[in-house]
Design a protein around this ligand. Structure first.
Ligand code: AHR
Length: 621
């Protein structure tokens, strides 16, 4: 192949093309990224969390008892009205224990420390308890005596330093004095969270995300953002403040959300990884504008409540950006962050049906934001282009209202990505910008392998070419816990102790870590001019203004190697360069990229291996 660069036709492209989409799906938050090691710490698991009846799913889930006690869940005089359930134990002898199984076991690392905290009260008088971390065989790994349990709710804390590491411990609370004892918000966190944050994130998972070098983080969904009924819409203000005052709720992916990973933690994570926060709020309608089990009955926030709802969206902007003495900025400051969180973008709606119900509410929110916070870029929404007319209607509304950006979603076979590289070539350069907020290549059986990864790498060369109209992209979904997946494929799989990167992860990383903001067009001529062959080779060349480095990306989806001679057309590519190559058999699920240093002369010849994605980063001379 001959690749001729056209530096004289360079154009500016988005400097935030690669980001991430975080949704609490497949145990991505509780039991995943959120560092809490106790499952159902607040005794708020509810049978309603499950779409399909599960007899074991209730407020006692993940807990067991032993010895001289019986226990019940009570709701009278709770710690906080938003957290009404708590465990009330009636201890009848000297040998009584309450245990938590964690998320199918509590992983402990040797040499690490763990903070235990809980609320307790003994209505009949003072008392103590013994807290332990125990192995499945009953051996004690760490033990602390906790005193000062009084008549009213008090928060108690202690720290464990277990003598050895283990994958699957349990927390045990032992009681030796008969009488009633009430317990709630029983929490265990590793001290070593990502960036050492209190109430923080699991370090290895957060680091794996940070290593993608995302320019933004979209949260909290996905469908979780708008919920599957009015009562299930994600209300951001329910997820801030003291943990015991947050409002837990059913996760529409068939489990439970504690809201422990809430808006403050999301914003803080964005700041910690130097990514822009992109929250998505419901457009006043739930998923498909319908009530779960409502048989298609359409609904939205009642019009008489819309002013209040719109105000809640405005409050979010004040919470993120307002001065520390403003009503909502004060709450941010009280949480330990007086400085603003630099919110620039706000998604309104997620893949909604574009009905009159939607439109009426979207307009109200959109206009109110424009009037009060014109500096905020609102991101509108469309359905996937292959689902009904919502794609067209979403775009029509965006043009009519002059919405600056539209969030598009599509999950497509790898072949679609190969055949539709011109998708954005046809988009209006003067219309709303695109945020490709959810996408992935889906194969039958939904594996992630070299075929899906390379088709995404190839498609992204075309997206990059359209980086003047596509501002942002995020693969979806990001995280999934093995054995708990609601959706496949996902970019990163994990267990309690392991993080498993997919081949597709490396494509995202190669783009994220080698981003540019100037696109240098190139002419690619293959000796075989057949269209099927031509479409299987994709090239994009960008320059990163900050470093001056030039980055060449070459995706080869052909079963044979392709030798490319690059004509830099005046661009100086000579000198040292870093070469990353991801290659493998299309069905290979374990391919990882190699990295090497190379020297480029005045003539550049590079052989793209069969089924490969290569990135050459040329250091600025
Ligand atoms: O990414 C999984 C789901 O796909 C999202 O929740 C939703 O927005 C889309 O339909």
């Amino acid at each position: 192949a001959e690749i001729t660069l056209q530096p004289d036709q360079s154009k500016a492209i988005s400097d935030k093309l690669m980001g991430i989409f975080f949704e609490d799906i497949s145990y991505a938050a509780d039991g995943g990224l959120y560092g809490e090691l106790i499952q159902n710490r607040d005794f708020e698991y509810d049978p309603i969390d499950k779409k399909y009846n599960d007899p074991n799913w209730n407020a006692q889930m993940a807990w067991s008892t032993d010895g001289d006690l019986d226990w019940e869940i009570r709701t009278d005089e709770p710690i906080h009205e938003n957290n009404p359930h708590y465990a009330s134990l009636n201890v009848t002898g000297k040998n009584a224990a309450l245990r938590n199984l964690g998320w199918d076991g509590i992983p402990l690392q040797a040499g690490a420390s763990y903070d235990l905290s809980f609320f307790a009260r003994r209505p009949d008088g003072r008392g103590t308890l013994t807290a332990r971390l125990v192995a499945p065989d009953g051996s004690v790994l760490a033990e602390q005596r906790v005193r000062s349990i009084g008549k009213s709710w008090t928060k108690l804390t202690t720290t464990f330093a277990p003598e050895r590491g283990i994958d699957s411990a349990q927390l045990e609370l032992r009681f030796d004095k008969p009488g009633r004892i009430d317990l709630d918000m029983i929490s265990l966190f590793p001290q070593e969270t990502f960036m050492g944050r209190k109430n923080g994130l699991r370090k290895d998972l957060a680091q794996t995300i940070a290593d993608l070098n995302p320019k933004f983080v979209r949260f909290p969904g996905g469908c979780v953002a708008h919920g599957d009924g009015l009562a299930n819409m994600y209300r951001w203000e329910n997820t801030i403040g003291p943990l015991e005052s947050r409002v837990p709720q059913r996760n529409l992916w068939n489990y439970h959300q504690t809201a422990g990973l809430g808006y403050f933690e999301y914003f803080q994570f964005c700041e910690d990884i130097d990514a822009l926060p992109i929250p998505v709020v419901p457009a006043g309608v739930p998923c498909q504008n319908s009530i779960m089990g409502g048989h298609g009955q359409q609904c939205g926030v009642p019009m008489e409540d819309m002013d209040e709802y719109v105000q809640s969206v405005l409050n979010l902007i004040e919470y993120a950006n307002g001065p520390a003495d403003s009503e909502w900025g004060k709450k941010r400051a009280e949480a330990g962050h007086p400085e603003p969180f630099n919110l620039q973008y706000l998604g309104v709606g997620n893949e909604d049906l574009i009905t009159d119900i939607f439109e009426e509410r979207f307009r109200m929110i959109y206009e109110a934001i424009g009037a009060r916070y014109p500096e905020i870029t609102v991101i509108g929404t469309t359905g996937p282009f292959y689902m009904g007319t919502d794609y067209e209607e979403g775009w029509e509304l965006a043009r009519e209202l002059d919405i600056p950006m539209v969030d598009e979603h599509y999950y497509v076979p790898p072949g679609w990505m190969v055949n539709n590289q011109d998708f954005y070539d046809k988009y209006d350069r003067n219309g709303p910008k695109v945020y490709l907020g959810e996408y992935a290549a889906h194969l039958p059986g939904r594996p992630m392998n070299v075929e899906t990864a390379l088709s995404e790498a190839l498609y992204l060369t075309a997206v990059e070419r359209n980086g003047d109209v596509v501002e942002m992209t995020s693969f979806a979904p990001l995280l999934a816990k093995e054995g708990k997946t609601n959706w496949n494929p996902d970019l990163i799989y994990f267990t309690n102790t392991e993080v498993k990167k997919t081949v597709d992860y490396y494509v995202q990383q190669l783009y994220g870590q080698n981003a540019g903001n100037e696109y240098i067009p190139s002419q690619v001529n293959l000796s075989d001019g057949n269209r099927d062959v031509r479409e299987r080779v994709g090239v994009s060349v960008v320059r990163d203004e900050a470093t001056g480095d030039v980055i060449l990306r070459m995706a080869n989806l052909l079963p044979v190697a392709v030798t490319a001679s690059v004509d830099p057309a005046g661009l100086d590519l000579r000198g040292s360069a870093t070469l990353h190559v991801l290659q493998g058999d299309p069905t290979d699920r374990d391919a990882t990229p190699t990295t090497s240093e190379i020297e480029l002369g005045s003539e550049v010849t590079y052989e793209m291996p069969a089924y490969s994605f290569s990135v050459i980063r040329v250091a600025a001379g």
